[in-house]
Design a protein around this ligand. Sequence first.
Ligand code: ADP
Ligand code: 5GP
Length: 210
Amino acid sequence: MVRSNNKINKGTLFVISAPSGAGKTTLCLKLLKKNPDIKLSVSFTTRKPRSRETNNVDYTFVSKARFMKMIDKGEFAEWATVHGNLYGTSIKRLKELNSAGYDIILDIDTNGARQLKKRYENAIYIFILPPSFEVLKERLVDRRTDSGEVIARRLDNAKNEIACYKDYDYIVVNDRLDKAYRELESIVVASRLRISRIDPDKIKKTYKIK
Ligand code: ADP
Ligand code: 5GP
């Protein structure tokens, strides 16, 4: 549940960050598949699509000129340069998903999460960690989606990103995928039991209290 003055007040925003290769996409896709009431905030990016990525599903892929225009028009809730490319969250998309009553996952970097914390203080901030730096490197190499140079840049950034873990509400270590997924899902389940998500009128009616 997000502060009402941001006009995002029906669902919960789950802001999820991790160093590249930790398994955030894998975990988020599983969460989305199993929970149709949660939707991904599809970010805009200037990065080139990877072979298995679809425009407007994984990202909306745009030119740098278009991205810069969107910044000028104030269309982003947050934006950041990550690994040399621009990424941003559209305010319009967040509002549309929220009005439709969905919980929303934002898969964004630590810089973007910090910006969002000022706007949406009631969002839930989750950080996914790899079991070790060595495993992180292995996963990036085995994923076979990035060149050696890109992998080196991502690993370089990983230490700075991991140092931001204290900005988050929850930490999930993605060692075994099934365990990490259960932990992530538990956070979602618990968030839905928060008092702020409960309809007071329903409680009054059910228990006949004033
Ligand atoms: P991110 O989105 O954080 O960059 P991905 O979800 O793309 O990371 O995962 C990076 C690679 O590691 C992928 O090849 C994925 O299949 C693999 N992976 C993810 N989680 C695990 C895990 N728990 N154990 C082993 N491999 C994993
Ligand atoms: P990738 O290029 O591997 O898909 O993502 C690289 C990084 O960009 C990831 O850490 C991802 O979370 C981050 N990212 C994706 N979308 C956004 C966004 O809209 N804003 C910000 N700040 N980061 C994003």
